[in-house]
Design a protein around this ligand. Structure first.
Ligand code: ATP
Length: 310
């Protein structure tokens, strides 16, 4: 797949604090690349450096063959973490104004604005002033403003925050459909369930450094060992002594058994001791949410220095 954006060796310090310590990744045409990490990890700083809101101390950002100040910004759409549109302007005017700033033809912008307002349940709201919109409605308008000019690269910083579940679904579907139509998407979000459902590849930062980079499948195969949830009263010690169990978490009447990497769940089940009390049993791979918590809290299911590369 064609590479749209290349981020190479980004380093950034604020005063004497180094916030980015050599961040490198790429975003390809038609894919959703998630950028993940705990609060303060450096996601928004990375995005701001890509957007030219600030410039890195070291490293480069290349969009197609352009870099630095030569990047054609009209081909990029950006939904910043900080929400905010001009307040006393009506919805259509602000959308047309922002499309015009990207040199997008007015008649096409108007058509697309009406189409998207309808899609996001804002039909008939084009004449009302932005300050009359609810927070979620405002966010929908801001999202529309980031895609109205048909950008080739779309950068979304926390697009789902503050949205109700129905609106989250609408955003999710639209983002997926943009990617399917060729837009390269860089998505930062803390909603791991949504990321897991949507993204093709992911890049995880911890303290300004890469900890994971790869396809969702690779990451799950590499880090997401199986876990077995058993409902039934059991002695923790006995559960811990079952072969290939790494750790056991007690949840009252149920226990979660985390299994070693590369365990074949079918074979593992066959050798469960008879004395284990089982009312219900589930085997699943660890979710992205759990992988994230493990890394962010330094519990580390991962081995030192291991990484997945696309
Ligand atoms: N303008 C700034 N001046 C000084 N420090 C900053 C500035 N912007 C960010 N930082 C610091 O850089 C680090 C990374 O911040 P950043 O906003 O990139 O994190 P983030 O991963 O986006 O976090 P969150 O999930 O909380 O949005 C933090 O320690 C933050 O305090």
């Amino acid at each position: 797949m064609e590479v749209m954006l290349t981020v190479e060796g980004l380093e950034k310090s604020f005063k004497d604090k180094k916030v980015l310590k050599g961040i490198s990744f790429e975003v390809r045409k038609g894919e959703i690349m998630a950028i993940l990490g705990p609060n303060g990890a450096g996601k928004s700083t990375t995005i701001r450096n890509i957007m030219g809101i600030m410039y890195p101390d070291k490293g480069s950002v290349t969009f197609h063959q352009h870099n630095g100040k030569g990047i054609p910004r009209e081909k990029i759409g950006y939904l910043p973490e900080e929400r905010g549109l001009y307040k006393n302007v009506n919805v259509m005017d602000i959308l047309l104004y922002l499309a015009d700033l990207k040199d997008y033809p007015l008649h096409k912008a108007k058509e697309r604005a009406l189409m998207y307002l309808k899609k996001f349940d804002l039909e008939g709201k084009e004449k009302i002033s932005v300050e009359e919109l609810s927070k979620g409605m405002g966010q929908k308008v801001q999202f529309i403003s980031s895609i109205i000019h048909e950008p080739e690269l779309l950068i979304l910083d926390e697009p789902f925050s503050g949205l109700d579940p129905v609106s989250q679904e609408l955003f999710k579907e639209e983002i997926r459909s943009l990617a399917d139509n060729g837009t390269a998407i860089l998505l930062s979000s803390h909603q791991m369930n949504l990321v897991e459902e949507m993204c093709d590849r992911l890049f995880m930062i911890q303290r300004g450094q890469k900890v994971i980079y790869g396809t969702l499948n690779d990451v799950k195969t590499e880090y997401a060992n199986f876990k077995c949830t058993i409902r039934g009263l059991n002695n923790r010690h006995e559960l811990e002594n079952i072969p290939e169990v790494v750790r056991v978490e007690d949840k009252g009447e149920s226990s979660i058994l985390y299994l070693e990497k590369d365990v074949d769940p079918g074979n593992w089940l066959k050798q469960l001791p008879d004395k284990i009390n089982i009312h219900e049993l589930n085997i699943n791979r660890i979710s992205l949410h759990e992988i994230f918590i493990d890394i962010a809290t330094d519990k580390n299911l991962m081995k030192e220095g291991s990484e997945v590369l696309a």
